[in-house]
Design a binder for this molecule. Sequence first.
Ligand code: FAD
Length: 434
Amino acid sequence: MQTIVIVGGGAGGLELATRLGDTMGRKGHARVILVDRSPTHFWKPLLHTVASGKRDPQVFQIEYSAQAAEHGFTFMHAELRSVDRAARVLELAPCLSDDVGEVRATRALGYTTLVLALGAVTNFYGVPGAAEHVCTLDNVREAKGFYRRFFGACVRASEAAGKEGNAVNVVIVGGGATGVELAAELGYSARALARYKIHTLDPARDVRISILERGPRLLPHLPLEQSARAEAYLKSRGIEIRTGTAVTQVGADSVHVKEGEGETQLRPASLTLWAAGVEGPAITGTLGLSLNRMRQIMVRPTLQSVDDPEVFAIGDCASFVCPVKGAAPPRAQVAHQQAVFLAAALGRREGRPLPEFSYRDYGSLVSLGPVAAVGVLLGGSYGSKLPVSGAFANLLYGLMYQKHLMALHGFVRAAAVTLADWLRKRISPSVKLH
Ligand SMILES: Cc1cc2nc3c(=O)[nH]c(=O)nc-3n(C[C@H](O)[C@H](O)[C@H](O)COP(=O)(O)OP(=O)(O)OC[C@H]3O[C@@H](n4cnc5c(N)ncnc54)[C@H](O)[C@@H]3O)c2cc1C
């Protein structure tokens, strides 16, 4: 019996394992194994809500072992260390605690087909001091760490009231979806913490949130008027937006910025969050597979790596380039479509040629906090573009997570989880208070 090993249980990998487990694992057609270094799955597009204290990841996570038991696959809590492609064996370091705290001695796992769904990590583009001093949003641990620091900075500044330094300067580097979504949520959190008397700062005056973007506008993947709408909304919430501004160096409590051809200036930064881009994780460079400039594994239209037909790659760690539409972006939407495609393709393989993946862009939505969002829906046979904003866009944005839940749990369970979340929201504080 063939063994299909999927490494990485994120937006793409967990859906693939669930589908393959249901169709092949349960029926004994293949052994399906999911490997992840975390024991639980948390949908990455919601990380900014953990970083702003709005969402408790404990409540929104899915236990891989439980999902595996219900859907006919095996889960291994381990970190991938290396791959011997000639022998088709993985070297895994089993993890004992969350987020790769401690690991046990490595062990080997053989495979017939390997799917890499490792996601991406923050790209610092070699900016001096960035790797040492900034916070990132690559996983739940980092998102929780950011909130702890934000919370602590607010409390400390509050205690220093009347003295110099009683302001919190949050600098977000990168005006893409991650930076914009976090800035919007943090503004709400600062106000909520004041309401709960966690700090005595004036959130509008003393909690200064800025987005520094090197390009000419925020959200460059959206049409011009939608990015202008997002900028106007954020400004109305007191968030400073500096476009055409490059961060050239990062220190422990400051960033060096250069606007256009101007002189480099120093800006205070109690907290710096780097959201300026992603690249493939370092391990992709050790596999002897061809990579693009962003360290992503280059794949054929079948999603097989260009060097090894038994190694597939999906999601953010893969570089899929459509000859007509160009490179697929690092988005959950792509990871989801690739998981659906590969589950069907591997299920029907049996010596037949594999079909070719084609990415369909349904548009993009960016959250602007609890009540608003902005974006564009693409669709129809004429490729029509429908700009959406405000509360309606916010509703659609919420539905993206429901869709993910439905893919993992089916309609009834996803609806029950959504109802439980709705009730929990009504009886819990709007932000984490410690
Ligand atoms: C704040 C934020 C907001 C976003 N918003 C959106 C949005 O609105 N819409 C959208 O489409 N996309 C959004 N994205 C992007 C989206 O989250 C990613 O494109 C998507 O999660 C990629 O899925 P993936 O399966 O490739 O990887 P991931 O979901 O990142 O999963 C990778 C998995 O691999 C595991 N892993 C990594 N290395 C190893 C190893 N060596 N051994 C074992 N396991 C390993 C990790 O633990 C993780 O579980 C957002 C991202 C962020 C950070």
